[in-house]
Design a protein around this ligand. Structure first.
Ligand SMILES: [Zn+2]
Ligand SMILES: [Zn+2]
Ligand SMILES: [Zn+2]
Length: 160
């Protein structure tokens, strides 16, 4: 993240480490078993990188950071893992940043992000889209994913 504004230090850091990271990965593992899916080593590694980071990650960041010893991954490995994580609701793609974040909420939901143009913070919340979803489904349309993106300034940057 470009940390030029100096507001960045006011933000809570979202990245998980140690026991919290282990717990989140174990929960993902359990959900995969429930859904009869496999959290293969590359999928698990990409999820781990997303969960441990404080900011949205671009695919090439993930490719570069993939190997524990600093060696990068083959790009298709990471893209396939991201596709899986998105499909299962473990991650969201933020189109306007061309970057990925781990789902901080329950997964499998429409997501909205409040993206700060100053510090790059992308706060997630669940939008209330019941009426819109119902209207779309009434036409016979099957929604795969909805991601709303708001641009503006976060509270910390506004206060700064
Ligand atoms: Zn989410
Ligand atoms: Zn900000
Ligand atoms: Zn700022």
């Amino acid at each position: 993240m470009a940390d030029t504004c100096g507001h960045h230090e006011h933000h809570t850091h979202h990245g998980l480490h140690g026991a919290a990271l282990g717990q989140a990965l174990a929960a993902a593992e359990a959900r995969c078993v429930e859904e009869q899916e496999k959290l293969t080593a590359p999928r698990r590694r990409v999820l781990e990188l997303l969960l441990a980071s404080d900011a949205p990650q671009k695919a090439y960041d993930l490719i570069a950071a993939f190997g524990a010893g600093g060696e990068s991954a083959k790009p298709p490995t990471v893209y396939r893992a991201l596709e899986f994580l998105e499909r299962l609701g473990f991650a969201h793609r933020i189109e306007s940043l061309n970057a990925y974040v781990p789902c901080r909420l329950s997964g499998g939901h429409a997501a909205a992000f409040l993206i700060c143009d100053c510090c790059g913070e992308a706060a997630e919340f669940v939008p209330d889209l019941g009426a819109q979803v119902a209207a779309a489904e009434a036409t016979g349309y099957a929604i795969r994913a909805i991601t709303l993106e708001a641009r503006g300034l976060c509270a910390a940057c506004r206060a700064g």
